[in-house]
Design a protein around this ligand. Structure first.
Ligand code: CMP
Length: 234
């Protein structure tokens, strides 16, 4: 008889312990998740699922980066969020019994853990901790979406760009010698899709921030060197 999968995969359980969606779940239940989770690797830029697909599983980023994106009828892409290791996505279609509200694309070579719909819903119904974790995740998302709506209505492009830089710094920031580095490799094109503009406008403004000494941008990384000066653009 095959040994239980969790004994084979202590690394999997260590990983699951750090997943915010599963925070507070007892070891026994983590074993169950490790048993029914299925992992799959995706090459950079490949599609995990598309907006309007039917949703049959919840997803957790095991490694790499996932872009959550919507595309307008005229082909303009808007990145709603970028998710890194441990973050979950694809839960909304399962909870609301709806189609996918956005597409999920591997932004780098990425591994995703899938939890089948039935197992996921059983988990949510059986655990107040998980239900609370989901509320916390959805509340954070709503807050971020509210901020983006506010930016779109009240701010010009430089203000929106600065706002997005601050948001990424809150989520991915780490202190370095000369400021706060956004610990995420991101191209100007990818950043432009987060702001809802084109690459040229982003590159032009990033150039101005660099010139005034408020931002450092090298090797696809941003460092917020003078946040006060940057905030003055907003
Ligand atoms: P689902 O609708 O199943 O598929 C798309 C997923 O993208 C969705 O679940 C959420 O997990 C995620 N998602 C949708 N909207 C946002 C958003 N505004 N910010 C971050 N993630 C989102």
């Amino acid at each position: 008889m095959a040994p239980p999968r969790t004994l084979e995969c202590p690394a999997m359980k260590d990983f699951l312990r750090k997943v915010p969606l599963l925070k507070g779940l007892p070891d026994r239940e983590l074993d169950a998740v490790a048993a029914f989770a299925v992992s799959r690797k995706y090459r950079k830029n490949s599609t995990i699922f598309l907006e309007n697909d039917s949703g049959d599983r919840a997803c957790i980023v095991r490694s790499g980066l996932v872009k959550i994106q919507q595309v307008s009828p005229d082909g303009k892409a808007k990145t709603l969020d970028i998710l890194d290791e441990g973050q979950c996505f694809g839960e909304m279609a399962l909870i609301c019994d709806n189609v996918r509200s956005a597409s999920a694309i591997a932004l780098r070579d990425t591994e995703v853990l899938f939890i089948p719909k039935e197992d996921f819903l059983k988990l949510v119904r059986g655990s107040a901790e998980i239900a609370f974790n989901i509320m916390r995740i959805l509340s954070a998302r709503l807050l971020a979406a509210d901020r983006q709506i506010e930016d779109l209505v009240f701010k010009n492009l430089p203000g929106r760009i600065v706002s997005r830089l601050f948001e990424l710094a809150r989520k991915y920031g780490k202190e370095v010698e000369d400021g706060t580095e956004i610990d995420l490799e991101i191209t100007h094109q990818e950043f432009a899709e987060m702001v809802g503009t084109n690459r040229e406008s982003v590159s032009k403004l990033i150039g101005q921030f660099k010139k005034e000494g408020s931002l450092r941008a090298e090797n696809r990384r941003f460092v917020l060197v003078d946040p006060e000066k940057l905030a003055a653009w907003g």
